[in-house]
Structures are given as C-alpha cells and as structure tokens.
Design a protein around this ligand. Sequence first.
Ligand SMILES: C[S@@+](CC[C@H](N)C(=O)[O-])C[C@H]1O[C@@H](n2cnc3c(N)ncnc32)[C@H](O)[C@@H]1O
Length: 331
Amino acid sequence: MLSLKVPLKNAESVKKQLMKKELLDYGFKPKKEGAYLYFPIKNSVKIKSAELVEETFEKKEKQSYIANLPREIKEKLPSSFDIIGDIIIIDITKDIEKYEKEIAASLLETHKSVKTILKKSGIHEGEFRTQKLIYLAGEEKKETIYKENDIQLKLDVEKVYFSPRLSSERKRIYQKVRKGENILVMFSGCGPYVFTISKNTEAKHILGIEKNPVAHEYALGNIVLNKAKNVELVNADVREYLPKLKERYDRVIMPLPKEAELFLMDAFKVVKKGTVVHLYGFEHEDEFYKAEEKLASEAKKAGIKYRLLEFIKCGNYSPGKFRVCLDFKIL
Ligand SMILES: C[S@@+](CC[C@H](N)C(=O)[O-])C[C@H]1O[C@@H](n2cnc3c(N)ncnc32)[C@H](O)[C@@H]1O
C-alpha cells in the first residue's frame, strides 16, 4: 500500500501534517526500518523530507480502539468506520449494541481530533441517498467540515449524501481534467467533485446540479469556504434542467451509482464529439460486463457512438459487489 518513508528525526512533524490532512491510515501499524519510519497513508501527498513508496503493513488489531471489552465482542467490532471531519460514523450490529456506549467512549478517547460519534441506522435510501444516524457520544451534532484534496466541505452528515471513501477516485478524475475544460457534474451533492476539480485544475467552468435542497445549500456555502471562482450550482432535477442547457460539455460526471444509466439519455443531450463521460454504477464482480451492456444499449437508442476509455473498480459496496466507473469518449 501507499506509504511515506520519513527519516526518524522528521517523523513527529510529518505525522502531525498527515493527521492534519487526514491522510494517515489508522487501520495499519507504522513501521521502523533502520533510520526511517514508514507511515501507511490513504492518498499520495507531497511532504518535505518524506518519500512516497509502496510498502506492506501489519493490520492493527481491532482492539486498538477499544478498551475493556470481552474478547467475543471485540471480534465482532467493525474493522473500519468513516471519519468525516470531526465525526465518526460507525456500524453497530445488533449483537454488540449492548456495548455501544463503551465502544463510542473508546473511539472518542483514541481519536483526539474527533468530537462526535454517530451510528448508522439503516442504509442510504430515497432519492437523496441519505442515511439516518443516531447520536452515541461526544458533542451532539451532525454538521462538520471535512477536508480532502486541498478542499473543505461543510455538510450535515445525515441530511446530505457524502462518502470520504471516494477521495482517491475524485483525485483520479481531477487528474484527467485539462486546462480550459467546461465540466458538468450531475448529482453534485455538497460539491466534492465540483470543488476538488475547481481547486486542483485549470478548468474554465464547472456546473453542479443537485436536487436535494439541503445538499445544494451546503454546496453554495462551500463556494465561499473554498473561494471557488469558476463554479456554478443549481438546485434542480437533472432531468428537467439538462434540456434547458445550450452548452455542450467537455466532461460529464455522473456519480449516481444506483441506476445512473437511467440518466444517460439526459446526459447525451449535453455532449459533443470528444466529450468524456464518467459513468458510475454498482456491479457484481461476476457481472462487470453489465456496466458496458447498459451503456451500449442506451447509446444505441440515442444514436450515440463512443469509445470506452477505462473501467475502474472504485470501492466495495457489498460482498462481491463494487462501485465501478466507466470512462468513455463520445465519437
Ligand atoms: C450518491 S449521491 C452523490 C453526491 C455527490 N456527488 C458525492 O459524491 O458526494 C447522489 C446525489 O444525487 C442527487 N440526486 C438524485 N436524483 C437526482 C436528480 N434527478 N437530479 C439531481 N440530483 C439528484 C441526490 O440528492 C444525491 O445528493
């Protein structure tokens, strides 16, 4: 996995910088070899005196974030949880519910920058893909400021869909953007794609369209927070809004993995020769071919010709099922 190789004398200051940027991977143990310390990290980063290298690391035992619990309970603890800004969101299954207060207290104790622990109650659902969350410990709040790829996003983690697990995928996308591009982000949420692109590229203009009014309000606030100059946001249903657009975009991003293909016909209305489209979906590993089948069928109906550029697995959804992205170019 990705790692930073740091001379021992600089280890403490590099660790602080990694923690501040929320790049340290707490699931693995840093290791010492000779005069160097190796930190497991989530994303590539440039830090003075540190070298980016590939390394293997020992997984931290789950107990590291939990004190004084029976062993059979420790074994059932989730191996990971999301940290969004200063909020931890954890999945507590029925069989360990009895211990949730102790688990939450331990998480607060072991994560000094975290102020609030929430637990998931159900899955992302509804048109806005939001998730009910229950307060467990710390400060009683659901709003936070999250940092990634040199941007900040303010959001309510219950009223707005957001996944910190997609930060490297967002980086993959912004690294493809060329100077002067006009970009459309459908389903833009509180703005993770919009702002990572605005901050890290020389795109000319980025339009984000989001239907959830709460997500849209946060996204508007995030324009100010990120001092973004080339971002325009609209609170609308893409289906109603896209037909009104005269612009034909250089790049169209479709981060609605559940049934995004149903919006392809709408997306085809704003493409031109050379447009690159990033189409997300959920597919089982035995049926990855279905992602392209769905695209091929919609493109045929619309009389659109395309060339497939890349197929990327960009996250786990459930056992055997992945979040995938198809990149294709309009011909
Ligand atoms: C999976 S979330 C992705 C949000 C954001 N792009 C991100 O990565 O955090 C999908 C988003 O699409 C929005 N949405 C769903 N249907 C929509 C539609 N017809 N028009 C515009 N936005 C829609 C939802 O409210 C939600 O915020």
